[in-house]
Design a protein around this ligand. Sequence first.
Ligand SMILES: NC(=O)c1ccc[n+]([C@@H]2O[C@H](COP(=O)([O-])OP(=O)(O)OC[C@H]3O[C@@H](n4cnc5c(N)ncnc54)[C@H](OP(=O)(O)O)[C@@H]3O)[C@@H](O)[C@H]2O)c1
Length: 303
Amino acid sequence: MKILLTGTTGQLGHTLLPLLNTHFEVVAPTRQELDLSDAAAIEAFVAECQPDLIINPAAYTAVDKAETESDVAHAINAVAPAVFAQQAKKLGIGLIHFSTDYVYDGSLRDAQGGLPPYTEDAQTNPLNVYGKTKLAGEQAIIASGCNYLIFRTSWVYSTFGKNFLLTMLRLANERDELRVVNDQWGAPTSANSIANVTVNIVGQLLAAEDAAQWWASHRGIFHLTTQGRTSWCGFTEEIVRLAATTGRLTKAAPKVIGIPAVEYPTPAKRPTNSCLDTTLLSTTFGVDIPTWDGALADCLKIT
Ligand SMILES: NC(=O)c1ccc[n+]([C@@H]2O[C@H](COP(=O)([O-])OP(=O)(O)OC[C@H]3O[C@@H](n4cnc5c(N)ncnc54)[C@H](OP(=O)(O)O)[C@@H]3O)[C@@H](O)[C@H]2O)c1
C-alpha cells in the first residue's frame, strides 16, 4: 500500500511517519516539494503519485496569525483538503484528515452550568479564522463524496516542533512564576496518541475484506482527543510536576498561578469549553484512548 502523507515537518506528521513507513510505502513531500497553498500542484502531485490512501495532518496552525492571514489559512486548511478529497474521489481511495475543537464556539453548558463534552453532531460555530478555515475544509471533504475519516483533535503537543508543552518546559526553567489561563477547558492530546489511534485504524482498513463496505460503515467525523479534561493552568501544573520529577528542571519549580482568559488577550478568540466526547471513536473502532495526564507522562518518558 502506498500512502501519501503530508506535514511530516509538523508534530503529527513527524510522529506518524516512522509508524507508517515501517509497514507501508510512504510518500511524504515537504513544503518545498509540494506547497499546499497551490491547488494545481496538489492535483498534479496526487495524479503522479497514485497513492492508495492520503493522510493529511498538514495545516496552517498559527491560530493568532490566521486572523490577519486568512487567505493563506483558507488555502491550506480549506482548499487543499478539498483538492485532496476530489482526487481521492477520482482515484477511488480514502482520505484521513485532521480537524480541531476550534470548529465549536465553546459555549455548550449543561443544566447545572457545567461543561459537557461536544459530540460530533453538535452545532459548529467557530470563533476565529483558523476554526472557520478548518470547518470549511471538513465541509469540502464531505461534499466531495470521497471516502473520508476526519479526526477532530485538541491542544496537540509533542516533544517535537512548536507547542505548549515545550514552551512551558522552557519557561519553567527561566521563570519563578507562570501565569496561565484557568478558565478554558479541554484535553491536551499528544501527537503520539493521535498517531497510535490513526495507525490502528489504517490497520483495520487494510484488514477489511471489502474496503468499500468498510468505508461505507466507518466514514465520518470522529473526536480524537485524550480522556478527561483540564485547563491550560492544570496542564501547566502537571507539566511542571513531571518536569521536576524527571530531572527536567535546572532550578526550583516555578509557582503556577491561574488567571482568567481576559487577562491574557490574544488576537484570535478561543472557546471556553473545548471538551470533545470520544465515545463514537472508541465504540466504532474499539480503540483505547489514554487519559490526558497518562499520555503526558508517556510523552515525557519517551523523550
Ligand atoms: N496544534 C494543535 O494544538 C492542534 C489542535 C487541534 C487540531 N490540530 C490539527 O491537527 C493537525 C496536526 O497539527 P500539528 O500540530 O501537527 O501541526 P503543525 O505542527 O503546525 O504542522 C503543520 C504541518 O503543515 C505543514 N504545512 C503548513 N503549510 C504548508 C504548505 N503551504 N505547504 C506544505 N506544508 C505545509 C507544515 O510544514 P512547514 O514545517 O514547512 O511549515 C507542517 O509540516 C492539523 O490538522 C491541525 O489543524 C492541531
